[in-house]
Write a protein that binds this ligand. Structure first.
Ligand SMILES: *[C@@H]1O[C@H](CO)[C@@H](O)[C@H](O)[C@H]1NC(C)=O
Ligand SMILES: *[C@@H]1O[C@H](CO)[C@@H](O)[C@H](O)[C@H]1NC(C)=O
Ligand SMILES: *[C@@H]1O[C@H](CO)[C@@H](O)[C@H](O)[C@H]1NC(C)=O
Ligand SMILES: CC(=O)N[C@H]1CO[C@H](CO)[C@@H](O)[C@@H]1O
Length: 231
């Protein structure tokens, strides 16, 4: 074959390749490079080929990344925000995952479950997290998140589980006023884990709104044990 035809074939196949896997392949390569101890099945060009452990796809787009307790070490790259079809991100119990939660995570508009329990994350919970309006589970317990609880979490009207247990969060528990949001707006949430932080003040009475569905509370720290307050 003459060199021109070869060049053409090469260009054409690169084009097809990027159209098929697009950004998701690029992002998965970045994550794989950034992390130690990714599964040995993470080989080959296509993360949606069906063999990448913990990855599920729909139409060649990554929709579910579930890699709990596999010993990942590294940071969460802001480039994860390009996995725009992602619905489930569960990296729980990887104590070697450190650094901050990139604010770009709020570009993952389809996210329903964000589970980063028992990792080594530090720094603030991004204020913009309240714009992930499809979130049903926000589980950030047992990390070293600090700063205050973003009031915008109250905007997450589909939230069923809120776990901020065992972090370094301070300040008061936000409740809504006419203009700001607060956790009292989470009328659907059935699991609230807020214990073992550094909150100040008392539990605001507004949190026990009559709109709330019965709450299943799993809090070992008596101060924050809603079950004992509401029973
Ligand atoms: C995501 O993937 C994990 C592991 O493959 C699976 O257990 C879980 O049910 C999936 N979640 C959804 C919502 O499909
Ligand atoms: C949360 O809702 C409030 C009031 O509706 C709004 O002002 C704010 O911009 C929202 N925040 C986010 C992060 O979506
Ligand atoms: C949160 O912790 C980081 C170190 O991980 C520190 O630099 C920062 O000042 C802390 N922020 C607050 C609000 O305490
Ligand atoms: C490793 C890598 O490609 N990182 C990129 C992530 O995205 C930012 C911009 O959002 C780039 O500047 C980095 O180079």
């Amino acid at each position: 074959m003459c060199p021109k035809a070869l060049t053409f074939l090469l260009v054409a196949s690169i084009q097809i390749y990027t159209e098929t896997y697009g950004d998701d392949f690029t992002v998965m390569s970045i994550l794989k490079n950034d992390w130690e101890n990714t599964p040995s099945t993470w080989v080959g060009a296509d993360p949606c080929g069906g063999n990448w452990e913990g990855i599920s796809c729909d139409n060649s787009r990554v929709i579910n990344m579930t890699l709990a307790a596999v010993g990942l070490i590294g940071q969460l790259s802001e480039n994860i925000s390009s996995l725009s079809e992602l619905e489930v991100l569960d990296l729980s119990y990887n104590t070697g995952l450190e650094g901050s939660l990139p604010p770009s995570i709020v570009k993952l508009k389809k996210l329903k479950q964000l589970k980063l329990v028992g990792c080594g994350f530090t720094g603030p919970i991004p204020e913009s997290i309240g714009s992930l309006e499809l979130l049903e589970s926000l589980e950030l317990g047992s990390n070293r998140f600090n700063g205050t609880i973003p009031p915008s979490i109250g905007n997450l009207s589909k939230l069923l589980v809120l776990d901020l247990f065992n972090n370094l969060l301070e300040g008061s528990i936000p409740v809504s006023s006419g203009t700001t949001s607060g956790l009292d707006m989470l009328v659907k949430a059935q699991h609230f884990h807020l214990g073992r932080n550094r909150f100040s003040g008392t539990i605001p009475d507004e949190l026990f709104s009559s709109n709330m569905t019965p709450i299943h509370v799993l809090l070992p720290t008596p101060l924050w044990d809603w079950a004992s307050r509401t029973s």
